[in-house]
Design a protein around this ligand. Structure first.
Ligand code: KIV
Ligand code: ZN
Length: 512
């Protein structure tokens, strides 16, 4: 019998620390609902002391999710722990996750504290958190660069104080697998009371080793792993959930653990997180990248036809990627659409389906066949936008080889219709100039990219923009069969996200 590996998902907390990935409460609840269906054991919903927005999102997730533990992050001090508890207390299974740095470099330069002070603060914090719940986790920040004996001493003390999970993070992504595995084994062997707690790891991907380090840690005895969907997270990101889970599933005889993850849901959750966070999954990303199951070389294709296992170590169906994507057309009814979206992992309300159905009919008129990727883009466009300041009402463009490109644009701004025109180097430039005039934005367009969502000349264009303003970064997405309209949607979406960030600055801007 294999031991259980607990999957702790921190997409909504560490994942949200990816530049530009700010998510609002409704978006976080939507992701949390899908994470629960995916079968994760713990959802880290945010850092409530960081802002009112974080607090509200954690509380909303805590109310909605019933099967997974919901945890909130707190520094090792009473006000943070009070705030974390207040946010998660309504959860069916609340957890408090408190942390303090234990490496010499962090203690000296960041905390300005001696080892004995750090030890005392950690123990006090855990005891205080345990006054609210038995489900308390302690993380030794920068654990991989800490003195192993001090790590064991502090873990032993916090376990005595009541911590049920002790977490060893590779905060700066510096570790290498052999050494990290050795450290985990050392902690297992030299922490006197480790049998009273679950040993967890949390790796960052600065050297591209987050997954390898996590796997080494599992072999050495770690039984909780902290991961994110698509590996998003601070800097180069965190260990990716789908990689760890699929390694365990694909190489069962080499792994001492099993998970409760329903792997068929991996692909749809990956898409949802990419849509909501605006962070594109690189095409060659393991497991969920667009090319992960694409075989280009003729010799591979020939082998695949004879037996898929010649070149394929996992079946695309295992992660929910169906080879025969269901095609919806203009004759498909509302019920079929709802059922199909359910199968794709989108559990939408009747009101949302109604809204979506009208747009689906418009698209089916233009495109004849609507594929899963089109539907996902529609869901993103129509349903996932919840707190928009601006919305695109009308767009008209004139361009060609002999005319100056000009655009007329009408936006709704908080219930008011505002109209203006713009001209530019090309039609998209003209549209963007008109939108910039209407909104008065001071943001800078840092990046613009466009790709076709599916094959064929009638494919929808998907546009992604990256905007920056006063240190804030937002990513906007838009899709439409008309690439100029898609570009306008993406810009407006990016501006809406900037507005949201102005109200809810990311943790990094508040020094957290
Ligand atoms: O990377 C890190 O050390 C963290 C801790 C707060 C667990 O995210
Ligand atoms: Zn982290």
């Amino acid at each position: 019998m294999k031991e259980k590996l607990f999957i702790f998902d921190t997409t909504l907390r560490d994942g949200e620390q990816s530049p530009g990935a700010g998510m609002n409460t409704a978006e976080k609840v939507r992701i949390a609902t899908q994470l629960e269906k995916l079968g994760v054991d713990v959802i880290e919903a945010g850092f409530p002391a960081a802002s009112a927005g974080d607090f509200e999102a954690v509380a909303a997730v805590a109310k909605k999710v019933t099967k997974a533990d919901i945890t909130a992050l707190a520094r090792a001090n009473r006000p943070d722990i009070d705030r974390a508890w207040k946010a998660v207390c309504k959860a069916a299974r609340p957890r408090i996750h408190t942390f303090l740095a234990t490496s010499d470099i962090h203690m000296k330069y960041k905390l300005n504290m001696e080892r004995n002070e750090v030890l005392k603060s950690a123990v006090d914090a855990v005891k205080y958190a345990c006054s609210f719940t038995e489900n308390v986790e302690f993380s030794a920040e920068d654990g991989s660069r800490s003195d192993p004996d001090f790590l064991c001493e502090i873990f032993s003390a916090v376990i005595d104080a009541g911590a049920k999970i002790v977490n060893l993070p590779d905060t700066v992504g510096y570790a290498i697998p052999k050494e990290f595995g050795r450290l985990v084994r050392y902690v297992k062997e030299h922490t006197s009371n480790i049998d009273k707690a679950i040993l967890s790891v949390h790796c960052h991907n600065d050297l591209g080793l987050a997954t390898a380090n996590t796997i080494a840690a599992i072999h050495a005895g770690a039984r909780q792993v902290e991961v994110t969907i698509n590996g998003i997270g601070e800097r180069a990101g965190n260990t990716s959930l789908e990689e760890v889970v699929m390694i365990i599933k694909t190489r069962p005889s080499d792994m001492p653990v099993s998970t409760n993850i329903r792997t068929k849901r991996i692909y749809s959750v990956s898409r949802l997180v990419s849509m909501i966070s605006g962070i594109i999954v690189q095409p060659n990303k393991a497991v969920v990248g667009a090319n992960a199951f694409a075989h280009e070389a003729g010799i591979h294709q020939d082998g695949m036809l004879k037996n898929p296992m010649t070149y394929e170590i996992m079946r695309p169906e295992t992660i929910g990627l169906s080879a025969n994507k269901l095609i919806m057309g203009k004759h498909s009814g509302k019920h079929a659409l709802k059922k199909h979206l359910m199968a794709m992992g989108y559990d939408l309300s009747d009101a949302e389906i109604k809204l979506l159905f009208a747009k689906f009919k418009d698209l089916a008129d233009k495109k004849k066949i609507v594929l899963d990727d089109d539907l996902e883009a529609l869901v993103n466009e129509v349903v996932l936008r919840t707190s928009d300041t601006y919305s695109l009402e009308y767009l008209n463009v004139s361009a060609g080889t002999t005319v100056l490109p000009t655009a007329s644009v009408k936006l709704m701004i908080e219930g008011r219709e505002v109209f203006d025109t713009g001209s530019g180097n090309g039609p998209i430039d003209a549209v963007y100039n008109a939108i910039a005039k209407i909104t008065g934005t001071e943001s800078k367009l840092e990046r613009f990219s466009i790709s076709a969502l599916t094959g064929g000349t009638d494919a929808q264009g998907e546009v992604t923009v990256r905007l920056s303003e006063a240190g804030l970064i937002s990513i906007g997405k838009g899709s439409d069969p008309d690439i100029i309209t898609a570009s306008a949607y993406a810009y407006v979406n990016g501006l809406n996200r900037l507005e949201y960030l102005k109200q809810n600055p990311p943790r990094s801007m508040r020094g957290l």
